[in-house]
Design a protein around this ligand. Sequence first.
Ligand code: GRF
Length: 198
Amino acid sequence: MTLARVAILISGGGSNMVALVRSMTGDHPGRPVIVVSNVPGAGGLAKAEALGVPGAVVDHRPFGKDREAFEAALNEVLTAAAPDVICHAGFMRIVTPGFVRKWEGRMLNIHPSLLPKFKGLHTHVQVLAAVDAEHGCTVHEVTAELDGGPILGQARVPVLPGDTEVTLAARVMVQEHLLYPAVLRRFVAGDRTPVFLP
Ligand code: GRF
């Protein structure tokens, strides 16, 4: 069986990318083919290199507000890598409907909240402010609606007394690194049954 080609988009440290890459071994039906960062020198690029995964940078800054031009450059790199699946993993760019249309049905993202609650940024602060008893992360398909695509997995964690944004983010991050690889493995195998942890 041919292995699915997986591209991973990052902007920063790439801890989710590392978890995904490390999961794609043995009888896993996918393999990483490229890690692309919109930020030159992102920490995840060195981690990808250390893991033997080719890296690339498509700096969004020269394109200014021209999202389409940035995405055209990004698509050149992605098309050359010919991915079957694209994983957004700490990729901090909002993509246009045109980009989504090109890759729709083949793109995943991980968001640090129990969607549909707390879309957007600073989710851990939002959860603390809402005094919610639980929090977590969600893997969803990327669609034109920000953080709004079909949910493919969720992991829940308790919010504990004395939690801060830092302690909460760390607890969620542990689950991100379990959830995303589990969802990717199913997704690559053509199984869209959602994964729920614990
Ligand atoms: C994580 O909180 C993830 O949920 C969000 O970006 C953050 C950084 O992820 N998408 P990573 O360490 O760069 O994978």
